[in-house]
Every structure is written in C-alpha cells, then in structure tokens.
Design a protein around this ligand. Structure first.
Ligand SMILES: [Zn+2]
Length: 81
C-alpha cells in the first residue's frame, strides 16, 4: 500500500492519536483522503489539509489584523502610564 501513498507533516495533529505525520495518495488530489500515518484514522480530505496549511501560515498576520480591527471597534480602558 505504501507504494501508492506519500507522507507529509500537518501542523494540526491527528484527532485520535495526535501524530502530525499524515498519509495521502501520491496523486495528492484535492478529493483524496488524508489518513494518519501512525493510527490509520481518516483525518480529512487533502483539500482541507492544504487549507489548514495555508491558514497556519497566515494565522499570525491575521491574528494581528484582527486585534487592530477589534481595537478600533471597542472602547479600550485607558492605558496605564
Ligand atoms: Zn492518528
């Protein structure tokens, strides 16, 4: 079976065992299922895995944008000086 699949690392671990090593078919089609490499649980579709990879790269910048935006909308207590 390993001939038809390839392993890759996901930032988010397997929901069952927490392993970050995932397995997907060598074709890496968006609709291919991603399985945990250590416990064989179905984790998500490869398309979703790719989304998660993207989100993880973006998350820090987006987090900062979110904080800035929220600051504008909320009245913050005065800063201690
Ligand atoms: Zn697992």
């Amino acid at each position: 079976m390993t001939d038809f699949s390839t392993e890759f690392r996901m930032p988010k671990g397997c929901p069952s065992c927490g392993s970050h090593l995932m397995r997907v078919s060598k074709a890496r089609d968006p609709d291919d299922k991603v399985f945990c490499a250590s416990c064989n649980s179905y984790v998500c579709l490869y398309r979703e895995a790719e989304d998660r990879l993207d989100n993880d790269h973006k998350s820090q910048a987006e987090d900062m944008i979110e904080k800035v935006t929220n600051k504008d909308e909320r009245e913050l207590p005065p800063k201690r000086s």
